[in-house]
Design a protein around this ligand. Structure first.
Ligand SMILES: [Zn+2]
Length: 297
């Protein structure tokens, strides 16, 4: 039982690397998906990501002018988008901007394309929405890493990501991984490879306002030392265990100080849980364990 969960867990979690080399192996459960905002019922994200995106949009005052253009896409929709783009835009454009079916982050429920709506009649491009580097979009970019989001396809990383520079595509990795990624100018391909250099004995220290947060890599298939047991109660954070994964003290997170309107807060305030340990698969060959210490340990 444990072995099966270990294997399945490699393909679940906030730190999944999904690209042309590592297709998505486990479909995102529909029950985990919620609309980012009530006025855009079709733009879905996983609950935790949607919650933090809403908080981020509200922090920068962007709820009315920043439009969630495309969030979760089922495999079928990604296949249609890919085929339509091939027919309409040709192979060159499609290879640059549209991931092949099962190689798209949009199928994880952790990626969102955002567009800036400048006026009520502004028509937003579906594949390449305008999301500039100034004004309110600059504010969004400034705060995004504090809310668990990174710009996933930055300029200069095209050879690593396999996707052209996409200023509009953001990916939820969870805080404080997002902060480390952006402060060190990494793309997710680089970060997932970098984390493999850290073990339980020699973990990576992550920046996180007044908290001690460390992370390390555990290879799949070998000794499972360092991994919390997926079956033991009181060990939250195992990927796929939705209720457990949402059980954390929001004061540990950078941003949410108990708004009690978001799903994360309502769970944490009712359960009073302490999110000591999170586990995410990397979709490649193992797990990333994130440990939250209680204050400045
Ligand atoms: Zn996208």
């Amino acid at each position: 039982m444990k072995k099966r969960m270990l294997n399945a867990g490699v393909f679940q979690g906030n730190l999944l690397l999904v690209n042309g080399s590592y297709p998505l192996r486990a479909a995102c459960g529909r029950e985990d998906l919620v609309p980012v905002a009530a006025q855009y019922p079709k733009a879905l994200l996983k609950r935790e990501a949607a919650c933090y995106l809403r908080l981020l949009l509200s922090r920068v005052g962007g709820l009315s002018c920043i439009v969630p253009v495309s969030g979760y896409r089922p495999a079928q929709e990604q296949a249609e988008i890919y085929e339509n783009s091939l027919a309409q835009n040709g192979e060159d454009f499609t290879q640059k901007y549209v991931a092949r079916p099962c190689c798209s982050e949009h199928q994880t429920g952790l990626a969102i394309d955002l567009g800036l709506k400048k006026s009520a009649h502004d028509k937003i491009d579906f594949l390449c929405p305008d999301f500039p580097y100034d004004g309110i979009c600059a504010q969004f970019r400034r705060y995004a890493p504090q809310y668990g989001f990174v710009e996933r396809y930055p300029k200069g990383k095209e050879a690593l990501t396999g996707i052209a520079h996409e200023p509009w595509h953001f990916r939820y990795t969870g805080y404080p991984h997002s902060l480390f990624i952006s402060q060190n100018d990494l793309c997710l391909e680089e970060y997932v490879a970098f984390l493999k250099g850290f073990s339980q004995e020699n973990p990576l220290r992550l920046p996180a306002r007044g908290k001690t947060v460390t992370a390390y890599y555990v290879p799949a298939g070998g000794e499972s030392a360092g991994l919390p047991s997926p079956n033991r109660a009181g060990r939250p954070g195992w990927p796929g265990q939705t209720s457990a994964a949402a059980r954390f003290d929001c004061s540990d997170y950078a941003v949410c100080s108990g708004c009690s309107s978001c799903s994360v807060c309502s769970v944490c305030s009712s359960g009073g849980g302490y999110f000591a340990r999170q586990v995410s698969g990397n979709n490649v060959d193992g797990f990333i364990v994130t440990l939250w210490g209680k204050g400045n340990e």
